[in-house]
Write a protein that binds this ligand. Structure first.
Ligand code: UDP
Length: 385
């Protein structure tokens, strides 16, 4: 099948959801490059599929997600129960009658020349709703290691994966070597721009003479951030701390009302992450794939204080095995791990070197180029056949 060339600006439909902050960040990183290289040559349509189309109660997923992953055992059980090739197919077939009207409405209301999907749960229903004569469909996997089978729908044209391990998972799941491209997890271009650490600290009002710890709990401020911040402050009196509460307003307020023994800078959801990572000495973070990938390209060594059970288990192993950081769950262990790096800076420096060694700074650029190759454009036939 050959798709006809659009006689107007070709449109890219991006399927994502704000369950956490990572899916949006990955999509934006790719879009940024497309906009830089091909400004005015394409139109963009971003849809938070859960919010805009999913039937109740799925449409509440972005709001409920932080609370749901707080029940770790239940979340892990759910994750395992619904994973695996056969189970995934059964689940998707069973829910199809329920989600079909919404999926059909989505594709009717958002005609596109290419679909970019950065969420595991949307490929199956949207591909089914699109039917046989459809635009190219590209998935960008935003999990670093542990990948639910939902990511690997066999009808996608290309499945972009971030690591060798995910490439193997994709092939095991039935995708062909032609379908799977190992390009990395895309991070925003501001993470790649050079910046002077002390200049940035001055601008941020951060101290110049103290080791600076950056504490992040993903886009939603997840995990025991408050206790972790307090323990770090108590055990590391020579440091300063920046805590990112993300969209967790309650946590931000609690942090603001607390008494601190060291200089502490508290932020809600921020767009300054690239500069924060350049200005910090140590990252303490939940094992979110987006934050980890950003820290890798920033050469910022990390201590992982928590992880979402199931989907983030493999991220911990990846970071530790590659030497880019340590796993230290629980406030006290985390604070001790920070202490160790403060006392022995060479451990921290070798982790920083490991970060840069495994980073894939070209990911967003390469994915944008791939999308451009597949996008049917005036003057160029679609590659889909
Ligand atoms: N993030 C941000 N501002 C914040 C908190 C987080 O821009 O205040 C971004 C962060 O840089 C990363 C994403 O949100 O790109 C979080 O993604 P990750 O995969 O680490 O965790 P998730 O929130 O998806 O669980």
């Amino acid at each position: 099948m050959k798709l006809s060339r659009p006689d107007r600006t070709p449109k890219i439909l991006v399927l994502f959801s704000d369950t956490g902050g990572g899916h949006r960040s990955a999509a934006q990183a790719v879009i940024e490059v497309l906009e830089e290289k091909h400004a005015g040559e394409f139109a963009l349509d971003m849809v938070d599929v859960f919010k805009a189309y999913a039937p109740y109660p799925l449409n509440r997923m972005p709001d409920l997600y932080p609370a749901m992953v707080k029940l770790p055992n239940l979340w892990r059980l759910g994750y395992r129960m619904f994973d695996g090739r056969r189970r995934t197919e059964v689940v998707m077939d069973s829910v199809w009658p329920w989600v079909r009207p919404a999926a059909k409405q989505l594709v009717r209301e958002h005609p596109a020349d290419l679909v970019l999907c950065v969420h595991p749960l949307f490929s199956a229903p949207v591909l089914r709703a699109l039917g046989k004569h459809r635009p190219p469909f590209i998935t960008v996997v935003t999990d670093l290691v542990t990948t639910p089978h939902y990511w690997f729908h066999r009808r996608v044209d290309v499945c972009v994966v971030p690591t060798e391990e995910v490439r193997r998972n994709a092939l095991k799941s039935g995708l062909s070597t032609d379908q799977v491209k190992l390009l990395g997890l895309p991070v925003g271009k501001r993470f790649l721009q050079a910046g002077n650490k002390m200049e940035i600290r001055k601008r941020l009002g951060w101290p110049l003479d103290r080791p600076m710890i950056l504490l992040i709990g993903g886009g939603e401020g997840m995990g025991p951030l408050y206790d972790t911040a307090q323990s770090i402050a108590t055990l590391n009196p020579e440091c300063a701390l920046a805590v990112i509460a993300g969209k967790n307003d309650k946590l931000k307020q609690r942090l603001e009302n607390a008494v601190w023994k060291i200089p502490v800078f508290i932020y809600g959801f921020t767009k300054e992450m690239p500069d924060f990572m350049k200005a910090a000495d140590i990252l303490v973070t939940k094992a979110g794939p987006g934050t980890i990938s950003e820290a890798l390209v920033s050469g910022l060594p990390m201590i992982l204080y928590s992880r979402i059970p199931g989907q983030e288990d493999g991220n911990v192993r990846y970071v530790v095995e590659e030497g880019a950081g340590r796993w230290a769950p629980g406030a006290e262990k985390t604070a001790k791990a920070v202490r160790r790096w403060i006392i022995h800076p060479s451990f921290k420096e070798s982790a920083a070197a490991a970060c840069l060694r495994i980073a894939r700074p070209r990911a967003a650029n390469d994915i944008a180029d791939l999308i451009w190759e597949w996008l049917p454009q005036a003057g160029k036939d679609s590659l889909k056949s």
